[in-house]
Design a protein. Structure first.
Length: 177
């Protein structure tokens, strides 16, 4: 598990080089975006219950068979597990945003997730759709364009950070498909 600094140091050490040039520029950019990164993590964490519940509600609205007898989230226990899993994925994405690196997401959350869902008979298409809905909501929060949920933010353009956040969700989607 690395953060942006650890990854640069480990890469430089492996190749027997000093950190400099473009690596140093990337770390300077990471530092300059620090407050925006903290704002993004705060937005996602502060609204996590809304993001996850909206995503699960969305997949249920799109496929009402999920909550019927025999459906993937028919019982309260299965619904609670679905909400819990969404919350866990979102929490690790928040950690990745803070670290500026997806390794915590890959190592602690996604490793074996597809196989676990397959063993439990959870349709990955539904999981993927819920992750897609969470992605759209999280990106809206990072860009501070989420309707009726605006927060005071650090001034500046967050499009690069929004792209980074979207990339973490794409990593989740890749791991379960």
């Amino acid at each position: 598990m690395f953060d942006a600094f650890s990854r640069k140091v480990a890469t430089a050490d492996t190749s027997g080089k000093f950190i400099g040039g473009s690596d140093l520029d990337e770390l300077k950019k990471f530092i300059s975006l620090g407050n925006r990164r903290l704002d993004a993590a705060n937005f996602i964490a502060s609204n996590s219950s809304c993001i996850v519940s909206d995503a699960v509600s969305g997949i249920v609205c799109e496929n009402s068979g999920l909550t019927e007898p025999g459906g993937s989230i028919y019982t309260n226990r299965k619904m609670a597990a679905c909400l819990r899993d969404g919350d866990i994925v979102l929490r690790y994405i928040t950690y990745a945003v803070l670290a500026g690196d997806a390794s915590v997401l890959n190592d602690r959350c996604l490793n074996g997730l597809k196989e676990t869902y397959a063993a439990l008979g959870v349709p990955t298409a539904s999981v993927g759709r819920a992750v897609g809905i969470m992605k759209a909501a999280a990106v809206a929060f990072v860009n501070n364009t989420a309707s009726q949920r605006k927060m005071t933010v650090t001034e500046g353009d967050c499009s690069d950070l929004a792209t980074e956040v979207a990339g973490y969700f794409d990593t989740v989607l890749k791991s379960i498909s």
